[in-house]
Design a protein around this ligand. Structure first.
Ligand SMILES: NC(=O)c1ccc[n+]([C@@H]2O[C@H](COP(=O)([O-])OP(=O)(O)OC[C@H]3O[C@@H](n4cnc5c(N)ncnc54)[C@H](OP(=O)(O)O)[C@@H]3O)[C@@H](O)[C@H]2O)c1
Length: 240
């Protein structure tokens, strides 16, 4: 997708990869709606983007709150107009320190699924109708290697990302030929607050910079040759 002039929602746009992606897409001329819960970081990100000449707006919301999502899409539509692309980047690990499944409360699993799977699904459902009418749209699901590997301690998060990957593939199969495309992206390990919460003793020097990964994700979003439903490693630029 040529991102110039396109209206793009980034959930999790106030920190880490989502924030870096906002700058990468703004440099390409995208008009941005950033979603996160914390108002201060969201407003600071929008102010920094506007200082660079970008069109960016803050929409504080919890993507895991079902009552928030339809008000959110209504507000974004009123401010930006039709949405061309959405990046489902916001995500939760669940309680940290991470714990094994036997020590995981069912309610914690429910919350992780609500934020990481049901939230993106609900938001996509709220946006997909106009995309189908226009015959164009891009939905990006930010995944993880934990969707594929069975890492002890990463149960709710890994299961949620595996479910997100499969939703992405099934959306793509069901909407094949409509012009609305789906892309799963594994960003790899990055130096962010989420990584520090999961693995506090990791050496930041071994982790990718969110800005570098964001550039790779932006290029993947621009690449119309990637088949809808593909799952791509941002570090490799190849489908997996
Ligand atoms: N970091 C890694 O090494 C790594 C590896 C593989 C995959 N990933 C994936 O990459 C994506 C970005 O991760 P990151 O490391 O950049 O995370 P991060 O630095 O922790 O940033 C997370 C962002 O999501 C927002 N957020 C969290 N929960 C939310 C909710 N319920 N509703 C709305 N916004 C919410 C946060 O703001 P608020 O807290 O203010 O809401 C923040 O803007 C995630 O999908 C993650 O699973 C990360």
């Amino acid at each position: 997708m040529d991102l110039a002039g396109k209206n793009v929602i980034i959930t999790g746009g106030s920190a880490g990869l989502g924030r870096a992606l906002a700058f990468a897409l703004a440099r390409r001329g995208a008009r941005l709606a950033l979603v996160a819960r914390g108002r201060a970081a969201l407003d600071a990100t929008v102010a920094a983007l506007r200082a660079e000449g970008a069109v960016a707006h803050a929409f504080p919301a919890d993507v895991g709150d079902k009552d928030a999502v339809y008000a959110l899409t209504g507000a974004i539509g009123a401010v930006l107009g039709d949405v061309d692309a959405v990046v489902h980047d916001a995500s939760t690990l669940g309680p940290t320190p991470l714990r094994v499944l036997g020590d995981t409360a069912c309610e914690d699993l429910e919350r992780v699924l609500a934020v990481n799977v049901v939230g993106p699904f609900r938001l996509t459902k709220a946006l997909i109708g106009p995309m189908l009418v226009r015959g164009a749209g891009l939905v990006v699901h930010v995944s993880s290697d934990a969707a594929v590997e069975a890492y002890p301690g990463w149960g709710p998060y890994g299961a949620s990302k595996a479910a997100l990957d499969h939703l992405s593939r099934i959306w793509a199969a069901e909407l094949d030929g409509t012009g609305v495309r789906f892309l799963g992206v594994d960003p790899g390990e990055m130096d962010t607050a989420m990584h520090a919460a999961a693995i506090p003793d990791a050496d930041p020097a071994t982790l990718a910079r969110p800005a570098d990964v964001a550039e790779a994700v932006a290029r993947l979003m621009e690449d119309a040759a990637i088949p809808s439903g593909a799952r791509v490693a941002a570090s490799l630029g190849g489908a997996s």
